[in-house]
Ligand binder design. Sequence first.
Ligand SMILES: *Cc1c(COP(=O)(O)O)cnc(C)c1O
Length: 394
Amino acid sequence: MTYHELKEQENQYVMNTYGRFDIALDHGNGAQLWDVEGKRYIDLTSGIGVCCLGYNNEKIIDAITTQAHKLMHVSNLFTTEPMVQAAKTLCTQTGMSKVFFSNSGAESNEGMIKLARKYSYDKYGEGRAEIVTLYNSFHGRTITTLKATGQDKFHQYFFPFTEGFAYANANDIDSVKAAVNGHTCAIMMELIQGEGGVLPLDPDFVHQVEALCRENDLLLLIDEVQTGIGRTGSLFCFQQYGIKPDVVSMAKGLGGGVPIGAVMAADTCDTVLGPGTHATTFGGTPMICAAANAVLSEVTQPEFLKSVTEKGEYLKAKILGFGSDKVKDVRGMGLMLGIVVDADARAALVKEIMDAGVLVLTAGTNAIRLLPPLSISYEEMDEALAVMQKVFCK
Ligand SMILES: *Cc1c(COP(=O)(O)O)cnc(C)c1O
């Protein structure tokens, strides 16, 4: 089908919940994608941080195919090796204690919220269930995670939302302290606000939040759905901040393109969710965990993580080096970058970059967000940079 035929049928049969780009993609390789009309793109989006090892990755495809021939799914009433292996790798690589597998970022955050509330309930009883999150955060699209998201625009239409969230300003410990009270059980945050604009939290602030949690027996919940799985140059971003979270959620990059999420708990709270308290049909299913194991075997390599940091620094330096007054700043860590531009110039810049064959994302009000496959080559980066330079320096 041509783009126009596809679009017509999409409009007829698919709910119009996304503002999609005018591109229908067909196949990919490495950090390159081809649309249905054969046009080639350099991809700096990796399906919003999901396809961390690029497209057509042999290792992931082999892992999925081999496992599909053995078992795709058996339910959580049985043990399977790929699930155990994935959990073991996540724990041994991070010093965390136990993992629960889910299917998406929002579902992982739901699990993390349930865990925090039950931890507090078990210890203190009812009435201590409030979770403090940060303004400008993003935690998902379920009724609960929308409410956890600290942006008013997400708190519309779907009333009543889940109760028990309070909000504080990022990088302002007094604001967090003011939001914490005798009803609080946890503080939940992203270390780099992704959808909010690629805004890394200040390390001092993060350490102050950790101390506040320890003083008040609050669980420190870190949403690494976007920052995790090597994206920032360490397996998880919290490892670079030097903190010890109680619970970490992840999803996006974990399966390299297949749907998977996970909640990972430290030994402070790893037995809170016992039999019958939490479950999901597809969580930890062997075919998907086989993909995660293929991803993890690559992204846990120190040289791989070092290459992510180096590529991120390379992109940042080159983009700042354009010398364009349209580039106000480049922020972020590793291969999670935001090019800061004037809010009202952004849409036109993005359109020009995309038309010229480079796929990019936006975040917040004024950032052009780059989440390339972590495996992107220097040739692919140079091609994308040449296109962006042309657009920014016109
Ligand atoms: C994408 C994202 C989510 C939601 O993940 P889904 O898989 O879309 O449910 C939650 N938190 C953060 C930080 C994210 O970037």
